[in-house]
Write a protein that binds this ligand. Structure first.
Ligand SMILES: Cc1ncc(COP(=O)(O)O)c(C=O)c1O
Length: 404
């Protein structure tokens, strides 16, 4: 008995790996409130969560039906590791409809959502001791995904205002080093909602060429763009050769729970990405890929446009309500699913603001610190929910601010 108990104590357990311990970042901790709120909702408590970028829209019925038909048709066996030929073809074709360029199925590798694709892409280009340039504010999982491969994120210090106007050569130069391997781009950006223009992307492209860097372009919000047009860095001459696009059906097609994403890049990178997919995933579920192939057809483009127009309306609703609260400062997001709000005028740092808001008003949102070390005075609020959820959340926020 005594021996058994002793072998179960912490001190005597083998150590956890450095990689695993290194991924416990502020970004990872940022989800704690989202998890707590989801549990509370599950228990039937009166909690409103505006944490996640997960729309209230249902996946289009024809896509769900395709999955059901696929299961009924016995498509429940291993799929080819890089993805089914049909889905890879449709990923390339959908991209071509989008940007008019020629993409081949061989350039697409299927993963378990953009998160998994991002992890694989980062692992492919940056290893132990390497560095990845990350524009701050960045998406909450970036830092951990970079660290998991043994590399580190080098913040490129943008203020929200600058980010709207320009990525300058100076700020990139200030962050680059001998071990820099890649630039991680995200436009429209989560959490800031800013969208990079041609000049920004040309600056990044020239810089990547000069320093021989990869570009990882996270384009999961490219369809949810409200003002202006989306431009990918791959539209700049020479950039398809050094860019790995990461994308998924989560945001564009209301398919977060299907966990279906991909990389699209030069065939030289696809070879390594396929090796990674083999040892970590061994293929995504066949029936999900069959449904994804349907989502990516031309009718899917129409559904995608409808979701984007609804989200634009929700963005306007949230911005209208936020502007009724004098202590809050925010820039109107040009794309994505979030308002990123400066709460300094309330006198509370973002994390404390979020904790108090949750305990007094039962409204859950994400603290800015999850999106980079300089974002301590911010909070992120999602407008992906239904109007009634947004209204209820904004009423709670207004009441909280009135009292603080
Ligand atoms: C910027 C960004 N990249 C990647 C992801 C991951 O998306 P997926 O659901 O496809 O894994 C998200 C999800 O919120 C995101 O906001």
């Amino acid at each position: 008995m005594e021996t058994l108990r002793r072998t179960n104590t912490d001190q005597e357990l083998p150590r956890f790996s450095e990689h695993t311990r290194a991924i416990a970042s502020e970004g990872a901790a940022g989800w704690a409130i989202a998890d707590a709120a989801a549990d509370a909702v599950d228990r039937g408590e009166d909690v409103v969560s505006l944490c996640l970028g997960d729309t209230s829209f249902d996946t289009p019925t024809r896509v769900s039906e395709a999955a059901i038909q696929s299961i009924r048709g016995g498509r429940t066996h291993y799929a080819p590791v890089p993805g089914t030929p049909g889905l890879r073809r449709n990923i390339a074709a959908a991209q071509k409809r989008f940007d008019g360029r020629d993409w081949s199925a061989a350039q697409a590798i299927v993963f378990g959502g953009a998160q998994n694709a991002l992890f694989a892409a980062l692992m492919t280009v940056a290893g132990a001791g390497d560095e990845v340039l990350c524009l701050e504010p960045w998406y909450a999982t970036y830092e951990a995904a970079i660290r998991a491969g043994g590399a580190v994120a080098r913040p490129v210090k943008l203020s929200l205002q600058n980010a709207r106007q320009k990525i300058s050569e100076d700020i990139l130069r200030a962050a680059v080093g001998d071990r820099t391997r890649a630039i991680l781009l995200n436009s429209p950006n989560n959490p800031g909602g800013y969208v990079f223009g041609k000049e920004d992307l040309e600056t990044v492209a020239r810089f990547a060429e000069r320093h021989n860097l990869w570009i990882i372009s996270d384009e999961v919000y490219r369809s949810t763009i409200f003002d202006g047009e989306f431009l990918s860095v791959t539209s700049i001459p020479g950039m398809t050769e050094r860019t790995i696009i990461v994308n998924s059906l989560s945001k564009s097609h209301a398919m977060t729970g299907w966990r279906l994403g991909w990389t699209l890049g030069p065939v030289s990178a696809s070879v390594h990405l396929e090796n990674l997919a083999q040892c970590m995933l061994f293929g995504s579920p066949t029936f999900i890929q069959d449904a994804a192939a349907v989502a990516l057809d031309e009718a899917g483009d129409e559904e995608m446009r409808f979701f984007a127009s609804e989200l634009k309306r929700r963005r306007d609703l949230m911005c209208a309500r936020l502007s009724e609260i004098p202590q809050l400062k925010f820039a109107r997001p040009g794309g994505g699913m979030f308002c990123f709000v400066d709460v300094s005028a309330t006198g509370l740092p973002g994390t404390e603001f979020v904790e108090r808001l949750y305990s007094t008003e039962r409204l859950a949102i994400v603290p800015g610190v999850a999106f980079g070390p300089d974002m301590k005075n911010f909070i992120r609020i999602s407008f992906s929910g239904a109007d009634s959820v947004i209204e209820s959340g904004m009423a709670r926020l207004k009441r909280f601010c009135a009292k603080s």
